[in-house]
Design a protein around this ligand. Structure first.
Ligand code: AMP
Ligand code: MG
Length: 401
């Protein structure tokens, strides 16, 4: 019996867990999931400092058109505050320089008539003006980022600003990819009649790399025991093994049998989805094994719907399923199967909202429809016919599924 789509995805997600943490160089941490609590080691800013180039002054001295003697200069790199603002004087100060004693406001240079010896105040200031106070951004011991943050460039800036050069993140899985079939030849090799170029290894590797996991190409296994046994045992050294083809009902479809002999416990085989139906999932210890159909469209959609969420979970992500959003149909869509149907659609953002239509021939052998699509419409078994103007659930596709 085929599993429903929802059941198959739950079985997969219930059986994979986030991998352990590892320390990575901050330069390589973008996109990784933070697993470390990082309290701020000090206040930010670390000391009261000037927000503007101008004059550090005492508000009490700064009547309109008051002339103050310029007594001292504080460039940004001033190490410590050994300068004081004496009554009736002002200290020339640069952005970022520590606030000297006695100063209770900065008068920006553009609000003065500045001279070498003296400065005339041309706009009133209030206590605290243009001073960035110690800890006003982040206070010491405050948690810098929530656990589970997917590190963005701005988060990396924050960590670097607190002098971090490494960070603890969730490890990304190594994902072995095995293409199977006597008819396959690698891209770039000479092809004879009846031979098919192994494009799946490339699309799967690209989709794995796109989310930040590491693909490991095992090459092509022939449809015979020896070849499959050797490649499958190599593949089981990785965190995840994905096989493509060889799990349908054909005579030479030995993949499931050999996986079982290699100690992989099959949790399901066949899902009530189209495309992607002949998909199997199994476990050997904590290693996950996915067997996807050979048809390129089916293998890509099977990856997007069933494998990608599992890899994201292993990488520490909490949002692992692409959200379903509503679009309005510009042309009818049909589901003539009694399965969950994934249709390749083109979705346009318009002033009337999202408008969807089929991206072309939905036969799973047609790759160009996949190329034109920017989303997948998900129709339940009950949604046999959706008419123009009706709403359909769609899921965006990334650049390469
Ligand atoms: P199968 O799942 O073995 O019945 O294969 C279904 C279809 O997918 C056949 O036309 C295969 O030639 C094709 N196919 C299988 N493996 C690959 C692959 N790695 N790359 C591209 N096409 C493939
Ligand atoms: Mg085959």
């Amino acid at each position: 019996m085929a599993e429903s789509f929802a059941a198959a995805r739950s079985i997969i997600l219930d059986n994979v867990s986030p991998l352990e943490s590892e320390s990575v160089d901050l330069f390589a941490a973008v996109g990784r999931v933070l697993v470390e609590k990082i309290p701020a080691p000090w206040d930010m800013p670390r000391w009261d400092n000037s927000e503007m180039d101008g004059f550090a002054a005492r508000v009490a001295d700064c009547q309109l058109f008051a002339r103050l003697k310029v007594d001292g200069y504080l460039p940004a790199e001033t190490p410590a505050v050994d300068v004081a603002v004496k009554p009736g004087t002002a200290v020339r100060i640069m952005t970022g320089a520590p606030i000297p004693t006695g100063c209770d406001a900065i008068v920006p240079i553009e609000n003065t008539d500045p001279g070498k010896e003296s400065v005339v105040i041309q706009k009133l200031v209030q206590i605290g003006d243009y001073i960035r106070f110690r800890g006003s951004d982040i206070s010491k011991d405050e948690m810098l980022l929530p656990l589970g943050t997917i590190l963005r460039p701005v988060d990396i800036n924050l960590l670097a600003a607190f002098s971090r050069t490494t960070v603890q993140v969730c490890r990304c899985p190594e994902v072995a990819i095995l293409s199977t079939g006597d008819e396959l030849v690698a891209p770039g090799e000479p092809t004879g009649s009846g031979q098919i170029i192994d494009s799946n290894a490339y699309s799967l590797a690209a989709a794995i790399r796109e989310i930040g996991a590491t693909p490991k190409i095992l090459g092509i296994a022939q449809d015979n025991r020896e070849s499959l046994e050797e490649k499958i045992s190599q593949g089981l050294n990785a965190d995840v093994l994905i096989t493509s083809a060889g799990v349908s009902a054909g005579d030479r479809d030995l993949v499931r049998e050999i996986l079982e002999e290699a100690g992989v416990k099959q949790l399901f085989w066949k899902v009530a989805i189209k495309p992607g139906g002949p998909t199997a999932f199994g476990l050997k210890g904590d290693k996950a094994v996915f067997s996807l159909p050979g048809n390129p469209v089916s293998s890509m959609i099977g990856f997007a719907m069933l494998v990608r969420p599992a890899l994201l979970k292993m990488m520490g992500h909490s949002e692992v399923i692409r959200p379903l959003i509503k679009a309005t149909l510009k042309a009818p869509l049909h589901n003539k199967t009694n399965k969950t149907r994934f249709l390749r659609v083109k979705v346009e953002q318009t002033s009337a909202g999202l408008l969807a239509e089929s991206a072309g021939d939905q036969n799973t052998g047609i790759l160009s429809t996949m190329i034109r699509a920017n989303a997948i419409a998900v129709l339940s078994a009950e949604q046999t016919e959706l008419l123009v103007g009706e709403q359909v659930d769609i899921q965006w596709l990334d650049s390469c599924i």
